[in-house]
Design a binder for this molecule. Structure first.
Ligand code: NAD
Length: 476
């Protein structure tokens, strides 16, 4: 049994503790597993000074050398992957198999961005023979980054990979509830020889840290993953100093099930994807719009399968779905389910929190929700699936697009015509047909509308971490 790591801040290449700490809980039994150091103003000032120094060194380090350090760190993360996965399950609750996959995924993000570092090409623009226009990409500067608790390792990995591959320095405030994933990444980079100050890791009261770091002149990018409300707030702070932002915010993913597919298979895949991470994924399939011709068979298969999802401790080999991350999520889901019930929706599976310790909530299916039900408008960010019939694909697309969100959207169909229509007309950064995967290292991930701004991953992944400079050179 691995013990939970000692939590520390990582500033200027050194590990440090703090007087003030916040308890870290295991959501499966609510026991205290760690003491999180809270960064003081002096710690943040030190992190800024270190990041300025780190940027001077790192921005002048060849991309191939940067990639070398990243790949060395990845090798260490892989060596330590079991220990990292276990600490993720302890602090987050997800089944250990999912924690292992998360570590693997985090490594893929690093490997991809390391590859992109050496491909951040500029271009030469043809013009008059005695003048040459050259466009180059340069690292933007110090990045202030904020990662959430739903993927303790792969969320920080996204931000750290983008910044370090581009030649930026970064001050990351990782999630207070799940700090170990980011801590393990910092350890690996420390051991891999990353120069001091390039990566700084802090924890504390989120609003105190963001309101202090973002207005600093030295901070040239704010990268945030979390709720739309907080993203808007941080964008407002950044706008005062015209600091660019990379915002990966909330979603409320629609799933359109056309009548030309096998409803049973679509339902089975949907349940297993809905249960992943207890539904706490910004791309989690949530609003199901199912063609009336197959609605009944889809719903019955979904409900039957949802009832078999075993909820429990993430270390138990029989567990399909762990607890949700904190009491806020339990309360949020309970409120949405109550509201749906009061408005006449059918709650066909789950719907009641079990008694006893731990933030457990069963996979819950609500069907035939009337317009106005809160769950149809507010992202549940938990194990709640909403299933409604529709008369046509057109109606489903209209309903899918009705919300201010546009992150991930899904469709099930064998018809090229339907697939084309879904891909073209759904307002989302990511549309997946016949798969519920929305984000892999090699593709750009991000949202439209209030789901955010900018992309992580793919060939676009480093764009936000770099500025574009045009050089006009006349031969004399
Ligand atoms: P929340 O809005 O309080 O916090 C969301 C995240 O933002 C947390 O990681 C938190 O530490 C951080 N945060 C909050 N206030 C901040 C501030 N002033 N400055 C910097 N960071 C700040 O909500 P919550 O209860 O922790 O999470 C629930 C909601 O968050 C969900 O409804 C979901 O929409 C969103 N969320 C989204 C993602 C994602 O992957 N897009 C991940 C986690 C949470």
């Amino acid at each position: 049994m691995t013990s939970y790591p000692k939590l520390q801040l990582y500033i200027a290449g050194q590990w440090r503790s703090s007087k003030e700490t916040i308890p870290v809980l295991n959501p499966a039994d609510e026991t205290v597993i760690g003491a999180l150091p809270v960064a003081s103003r002096a710690d943040l000032d030190d992190a800024l000074a270190a990041a300025a120094k780190g940027f001077r060194i790192w921005s002048r380090t060849a991309p191939a050398k940067r990639a070398e350090v990243i790949l060395r760190a990845v090798a260490l993360i892989k060596e330590r992957s079991e220990e990292i996965a276990r600490s993720i399950t302890m602090e987050h609750g997800k089944p250990i198999a999912q924690a292992r996959l998360e570590v693997q995924r985090g490594c893929e993000f690093f490997e991809w961005d390391a590859g992109e570092a050496v491909r951040s090409y500029g271009r030469v623009i043809p013009s008059e023979p005695d003048i040459r226009y050259i466009v180059i990409h340069q690292p933007v500067g110090t990045v202030a980054a904020f990662s959430p608790w739903n993927f303790p390792m792969s969320q920080p990995a996204r931000k750290i990979a983008g910044a370090i591959a581009s030649g930026c320095s970064i001050i990351l405030k990782a999630a207070e509830e799940t700090p170990a994933g980011a801590l393990h990444i910092a350890r690996a980079f420390h051991d891999a020889g990353l120069p001091a100050g390039v990566l700084n890791l802090v924890f504390g009261v989120p609003a105190d840290i963001s309101s202090y770091l973002i207005p600093q002149e030295q901070v040239r990018l704010v990268a945030f993953t979390g709720s739309t409300a907080v993203g808007k707030h941080l964008t407002e702070i950044a706008s005062r100093s015209v600091t660019p932002v990379l915002m990966e915010l909330g979603g409320h993913a629609p799933v359109i099930v056309c009548d030309d597919v096998d409803p049973i298979r679509a339902a089975e895949l949907s349940v297993s994807r809905k249960a992943r991470n207890s539904g706490q994924v910004c791309t989690s399939p949530t609003r199901f719009f199912v063609h009336k011709n197959i609605y009944r068979s889809f719903l019955d298969a979904f409900v039957e399968r949802a009832k078999t999802v075993r909820v429990g401790d993430g270390f138990d080999a029989n567990t399909d779905m762990g607890p949700v991350a904190n009491h806020r999520r339990v309360e949020a889901i309970e409120t949405l389910v109550e509201d749906a019930r009061d408005r006449g929706a059918q709650i066909l599976a789950g719907g009641t929190k079990p008694t006893g310790k731990g933030y457990f909530y069963p996979l819950t299916v609500a069907a035939e929700l009337p317009d106005g039900a809160r769950a149809l408008e507010v992202e549940p960010f938990g194990p709640l699936a909403l299933i409604n019939p529709v008369d046509s694909v057109e109606e489903a697309i209209e309903r899918a697009n009705a919300l201010p969100f546009g992150l991930a959207a899904y469709g099930f169909t064998h018809s090229a015509h339907n697939a084309h229509m879904l891909a073209e007309r759904i307002e989302a950064g990511n549309v997946s047909i016949n798969t519920l995967e929305a984000s892999v290292a090699e593709t750009p991930f991000g949202g439209v509308k209030e789901s955010g701004y900018g992309r992580e991953g793919g060939a676009e992944g480093l764009h936000h971490y770099m500025t574009v400079k045009n050089i006009s050179h006349r031969m004399v």
